[in-house]
Design a binder for this molecule. Structure first.
Ligand SMILES: Nc1ncnc2c1ncn2[C@@H]1O[C@H](COP(=O)(O)OP(=O)(O)OP(=O)(O)O)[C@@H](O)[C@H]1O
Length: 671
């Protein structure tokens, strides 16, 4: 601590970080100062005593968010949580242990382990623990209130999570994790780890996250800076679609597709989505695009200004670039033809105009029957087996299900700029993307990837992807699974299990109030009930409250009613870019990845939550709750919640309890 304090006053003496020599010294010093500041408020969170084989005694190693060496002796006082020696803390209990030291594997014995909570320079608590990091400290961390930003979990990373964070070998890592298993946290810690481990060759500029929306991006924005790393760039599929399709065609967005499906499921549209959401579709489309060149390119003589290039010359020139996409090959052919014909014209003293160039290009393009990628894509559906599977939305707008097949066709038919500087791509909410989207990603990002999500949290059951589906696009991928759920109390996890069962889930043992399903007499009564729940939340120790409706339209209507009743709250809709603390109202789709101390799910009647898509939404909404969950309805309760009224013991998981009458509301408690 002394060394830290001394050093805090002499920050210019700190060793520069990666990239700091490149003319960013001022900014770098700022980072260094921030690191020191962070260390001064919380210098370390763990200690592991390791008796290395061959040493006479055990040595204590302290672990913190950053490395710190005594500037005078150069001795490491605090090890960065990502340092090789720190894996002892995460991976072993007491007794025999080893870690990968720079000189090779260091074997020995762990003789003691401690966990600390130091905040604002004050020791709040300390545990002497021979066991895995868990139990007491984890319980304390999980029982805290949600912040308006995701926070780092370095002090309590669990062994199975550490294995994902420190995986250095996978080219593509697919991580399936149940709701609340820490997937997103871990992905961000993995980025921090990789930046540390490969600091000479990897920088935050080389890493990108493909995230579901801007609100989510804002919510996770603090984790990397907290870990002393710079923010990484974000992208989403809507941005990618915009980049490719802006001048080609209008297109339905993913959120529009979800909104339309929630409004009404059109069976024919669902069938089209299903068809285009399989790996076989990618194979078929791929083979079909490849075959176009062989089957449909017809070399022909080019004539301009009385000069000629024979069909044989055309075939030979075209044959020189067999690996390039068709439209790029045609452009190259046209360029060469223009060059030669222009030369011949000039040799004969004739002028060559722009109109001549255009005429040559037109002749070359006429050798291939499709004028562009859109035409190629549309022609795919002229096959009798595929008739009716392409249905534009109006004259110049394609369905979302066609947006990425079309982009894929564009990539495969003409050369496109890729994201070459990206060396590692994180993809969150993997279940919401189809194989053709992964095929597009594979073409655009030829880099390592960490792909994470939960098959149970799809927002479109007609086009969701499982890890094995994704693996069909990345056969080299390693698949890992996280089954332990950390976010919610056991009662909430049990409750959500009734809505969408996942036998693999293992809730962390942490108890709280059982979820309530509250029946109200009418809509007005329901609103009064929600106001009462908001009041109850205000008087509780909890900070954040999420009111999660099925759709953004429902959220907007309820937002207006609650705002008129004097409640201060923030509406998150598809245009929102920031995540706010306090009381938030939003839709299930937009709540993905977020979490709240308390969640209220309104309108859980059987008309509102009736089909598979609704079930997905209900599951997502309920699993956002950390400590308390309330659901309200008027009219018959949703078929997915009828278990909540059953007597104790009927439920298979959890412990049901008969409903109890409260004023004008019936409350069923479960858990
Ligand atoms: N090892 C851990 N120590 C402390 N908290 C943890 C740990 N692992 C996960 N958590 C907490 O659990 C919550 C869920 O984490 P996160 O949002 O990363 O999970 P997820 O799997 O991405 O969830 P979902 O898919 O449901 O959105 C967060 O509050 C996170 O801080």
């Amino acid at each position: 601590m002394d060394a830290l304090a001394r050093h805090g006053r002499r920050r210019e003496g700190e060793r520069p970080r990666r990239g700091e020599h490149l003319g960013h010294l001022g900014r770098a010093r700022g980072h260094g100062a921030k690191r020191i500041q962070r260390l001064l408020t919380s210098p370390y969170f763990g200690r592991v005593d390791f008796h290395a084989s061959g040493d006479t005694e055990a040595r204590a190693h302290y672990l913190g968010v950053h490395n710190f060496s005594d500037p005078q002796t150069q001795e490491i006082v605090v090890h960065d949580w990502r340092a090789p020696v720190s894996s002892l803390y995460y991976d072993f209990e007491s007794g025999e242990a080893f870690f990968q030291a720079p000189q090779g594997i260091a074997h020995g014995e762990i003789t003691g382990k401690r966990q600390y909570k130091i905040q604002d320079g004050r020791l709040e608590y300390m545990f002497e623990s021979a066991l895995n990091i868990g139990d007491d400290v984890l319980q304390r961390e999980l029982s805290q209130s949600a912040d308006d930003k995701m926070k780092n979990i370095v002090a309590t990373i669990q062994r199975e999570q550490n294995a994902v964070i420190r995986n250095e070998t996978a080219q593509v890592l697919i991580l399936q994790g149940v709701a609340g298993s820490g997937k997103t946290s871990i992905a961000l810690h993995r980025v921090a780890f990789l930046l540390y481990r490969f600091k000479d060759t990897l920088s935050s500029d080389n890493i990108m996250i493909l995230s579901p929306n801007k609100v989510f991006g804002d919510y996770i924005a603090n984790v990397l800076p907290e870990l002393g790393e710079e923010q990484i760039a974000e992208i989403d599929f809507t941005t990618i679609a915009g980049r490719f399709l802006a001048n080609i065609t209008d297109y339905e967005t993913f959120s529009e597709q979800v909104v339309n499906l929630l409004d009404r499921v059109d069976d024919a549209a669902a069938e089209r989505m299903r068809y285009k959401a399989t790996p076989e579709f990618v194979t078929l489309l791929d083979a079909w695009i490849s075959a176009r060149t062989d089957e449909e390119f017809t070399p022909a003589e080019i004539v301009q200004k009385n000069n000629r290039l024979s069909a044989g010359w055309v075939a030979a020139t075209f044959g020189q670039s067999p690996t390039l996409p068709i439209f790029t090959r045609l452009d190259l052919l046209a360029d060469t033809a223009v060059h030669l014909l222009k030369q011949q014209a000039s040799d004969r003293g004739r002028t060559w105009t722009a109109a001549d160039t255009t005429a040559v290009r037109r002749q070359v393009r006429a050798m291939f029957p499709h004028k562009d990628a859109l035409a190629v894509y549309k022609a795919f559906y002229s096959h009798p087996a595929r008739r009716g599977l392409f249905k534009p939305l109006g004259r110049k707008k394609v369905e979302y299900a066609d947006a990425f097949p079309l982009i894929y066709t564009m990539i495969r038919t003409s050369r496109q700029e890729s994201y070459g500087r990206i060396r590692h791509l994180l993809i969150d909410e993997m279940q919401d993307y189809t194989p053709i989207q992964y095929a597009v990603v594979r073409e655009l990002f030829s880099c390592r990837m960490t792909i994470l999500g939960d098959a149970n949290q799809s927002v479109n059951p007609f086009s969701s992807s499982s890890p094995s589906t994704i693996r069909s696009i990345f056969p080299e991928a390693d698949c890992l699974e996280l089954r332990k759920s950390y976010r919610s109390t056991t009662e909430i996890t049990d409750f959500a299990q009734h809505i969408s069962r996942n036998d693999k889930i293992v809730p962390v043992e942490r108890h709280g109030r059982p979820p309530q399903v509250i029946a109200c007499t009418d809509q007005k009564g329901q609103q009064a009930q929600i106001l009462a729940l908001i009041e109850q939340h205000r008087n509780s120790e909890h900070k954040s409250l999420g009111i999660i409706c099925k759709t953004t339209a429902q959220a907007t209507t309820l937002y207006q009613a609650l705002a008129e009743a004097g409640v201060e709250l923030t509406l998150l809709d598809y245009d929102s870019a920031e995540f706010a603390g306090g009381i938030v109202i939003t839709s299930a789709h937009l709540s993905k990845g977020l979490e709240f101390d308390t969640v209220i799910v309104p309108q859980v009647d059987d008309t509102n939550y009736a089909n598979e898509m609704d079930r997905c939404m209900l599951y997502i909404a309920c699993t956002r709750a950390m400590h308390e969950l309330h659901l309200t309805h008027d009219g018959p309760v949703s078929r997915f919640l009828t278990f909540a009224g059953q007597p104790r013991g009927d439920l298979g998981v959890g412990h049901g309890e008969a409903g109890e009458i409260r004023d004008h509301a019936t409350v069923a408690r479960v858990g």
